[in-house]
Design a protein around this ligand. Structure first.
Ligand code: HEM
Length: 395
C-alpha cells in the first residue's frame, strides 16, 4: 500500500477534491504526517463513521500529528493549548458538560421558531443588494452577512461590532498566516468575547450568552471559550457554504433552475451541496487512545487519523454515481456536519439558513450570473474551511 505524503489542499477543479486523493483506492491509507510521524487518512464512508462513533478516538488534539505543515506547533510547544470552554476539542465527559447546556438552544423546535426572522434577514440583504445594484461580491453582500447577523442575534453579539470578529476569524483560519499570527488573531477574538461576557454580566439581555452568564454554571473563562466557539463556528462555515454553493449552482444552471422553481427541492439540495462540497477539508482529526482495528489494519495507540470528508462524501458504496451533482438526491447521510458526539451543534441552524437562502437568492435575481470567468473566482484552498474569498456576480 502506497504511503501518502501529508494532506494535499490545492485543487485542480474548484468543486472536486484534489486529484491525488480522488485516485486513492480503498477506505484507509497510511500517511506520513507533516512532522514525519506515521498515521492514517480515512476516505471510506463506513470507516469514517466508525472512527467518529468510537470513544477510543480522542478529539483533544493532544499528541495529534499535523496532516499539513501549517499545523505543526511552534518550537518549544509540544501541543496547542485548548482554552476552557472550547468543547469541540474535549472528550466526554468534559465535552458533554458544556454541550448539554447548549443542545436545547439549537434544537429543531427552536430553529422552527427562528425561521421567520431568518427569512427577514435574508430578504433584507437581498433588498440591499438590489438597491446598490450590479455587480456585487456575493460574499460581502450576502453570504457573510446572513449567517453573521443570525448568529449575532442568537448569541447577543452586537452586529455593529462585526469588525471585531469577522476579520479575526478569517485570519485565524487562513493557513497563509503563520501559526503565531493565527494564534494572535484567535487571542484577539477571545479578548473581544471576554469583554462582551463582562458586559452581559453587568447588563443581561434576552439572548443565549446572557442566559449562560446568568445560569451560573460556567466561569468567566469557560463562557469566553464557549462564546468564541459558537461565534466562529456559527458564521465562517455557513458563509463559505452559501458562497461556494452559489458558485457551484451558477456553474450548473439546470440544477439552479430546480432550486429556483421547485420549493420541494430546497431540503435535498442543501444535503447534496453539503455532500458535494464538503468544505471542512482538513479533518476531523482524531488520535487513537488504544489499538483499534479498522478496514483490516490496526491503528496503533497514539497514532493520528485524519478524515477526508470531501472524499468520504464521494464514496460510491454509499452515494451512487458520487461525482454527479443532483440536487434531488436524498443525501441526508452525508458527513459534512460530522457524526458522533461532536456532530455539528449548529447543523439545524445551518440547514435552515441554507434552505431559505439559496432559493431566495435565485428567485430574487433570476438572471444572476458570474461577473468574471469561473477560472478567475478566487478560491481559498489554504484555509481550514474551504470556499471562495470573493464571488463577483451580476444580474
Ligand atoms: C454549513 C455550515 C457548517 C458546517 C459545514 C459545520 C461543520 C462542522 C463539523 C464538521 C463539526 C465537527 C468537527 C468534529 O467532528 O471534530 C462541527 C462542530 C460544531 N459546529 Fe458546526 N458547522 C456548520 C455550521 C455551524 C453553525 C451555524 C454553528 C452554530 C453555532 C456551529 C457550531 C458548531 C459547534 C459548537 C461544534 C462543536 C460540537 C461539539 O464538539 O460537540 N456549526 N461543525
Amino acid at each position: 500500500m502506497e504511503t501518502l505524503a501529508a494532506l494535499p489542499l490545492e485543487r485542480e477543479d474548484p468543486f472536486e477534491p484534489p486529484a491525488v486523493l480522488k485516485e486513492l483506492h480503498g477506505p484507509l491509507h497510511p500517511m506520513t504526517y507533516a512532522d514525519g510521524r506515521p498515521g492514517w487518512l480515512v476516505t471510506g464512508y463506513t470507516e469514517a463513521r466508525a472512527v467518529l462513533d468510537d470513544p477510543r478516538f480522542s478529539n483533544t488534539w493532544q499528541g495529534a500529528a499535523p496532516p499539513i505543515k501549517e499545523l505543526i506547533p511552534p518550537e518549544g510547544l509540544a501541543d496547542l493549548v485548548i482554552p476552557p470552554g472550547f468543547f469541540i476539542a474535549m472528550d466526554d465527559p468534559e465535552h458533554s458538560r458544556y454541550r448539554r447546556l447548549l443542545t436545547g438552544h439549537f434544537s429543531m423546535r427552536k430553529m422552527r421558531r427562528l425561521e421567520p426572522r431568518i427569512q427577514e434577514v435574508i430578504d433584507g440583504q437581498l433588498d440591499e443588494m438590489a438597491r446598490v445594484g450590479a455587480p456585487a461580491d456575493l460574499v460581502q453582500a450576502f453570504a457573510l452577512p446572513v449567517p453573521s447577523l443570525v448568529i449575532c442575534e442568537l448569541l447577543g453579539v452586537p452586529y455593529g461590532e462585526r469588525s471585531r470578529f469577522q476579520d479575526t476569524t478569517a485570519q485565524a483560519v487562513n493557513l497563509d498566516n503563520s501559526i503565531e499570527q493565527r494564534g494572535a488573531a484567535g487571542a484577539e477574538l477571545m479578548g473581544y468575547l471576554s469583554e462582551l461576557v463582562g458586559r452581559k454580566r453587568a447588563e443581561p439581555g434576552e439572548d443565549l450568552l446572557s442566559e449562560l452568564v446568568t445560569g451560573g454554571e460556567l466561569n468567566h473563562e469557560e463562557l469566553t471559550g464557549v462564546a468564541t466557539l459558537l461565534l466562529t463556528a456559527g458564521h465562517e462555515t455557513t458563509a463559505n457554504m452559501l458562497s461556494l454553493g452559489a458558485f457551484l449552482l451558477l456553474c450548473r444552471p439546470e440544477q439552479a433552475d430546480l432550486v429556483r422553481t421547485d420549493p420541494g427541492v430546497a431540503e435535498s439540495a442543501v444535503e447534496e451541496l453539503m455532500r458535494y462540497l464538503s468544505i471542512t477539508h482538513v479533518g476531523p482529526i482524531r488520535v487513537a487512545r488504544a489499538d483499534v482495528p479498522l478496514a483490516g489494519r490496526t491503528i496503533k495507540a497514539g497514532e493520528t487519523v485524519t478524515l477526508c470528508l470531501p472524499v468520504v462524501n464521494r464514496d460510491a458504496t454509499r452515494f451512487p454515481d458520487p461525482d454527479r451533482l443532483d440536487v434531488t438526491r436524498q443525501a441526508g447521510q452525508q458527513l459534512g456536519f460530522s457524526h458522533g458526539i461532536h456532530q455539528c451543534l449548529g447543523q439545524q441552524l445551518a440547514r435552515l439558513e441554507m434552505r431559505l437562502a439559496y432559493p431566495a437568492l435565485l428567485r430574487r435575481f433570476p438572471t444572476l450570473r458570474l461577473a468574471v470567468p469561473a477560472e478567475e473566482v478566487p478560491l481559498r484552498p489554504r484555509a481550514t474551511i474551504y470556499g471562495v474569498s470573493a464571488l463577483p456576480v451580476t444580474w
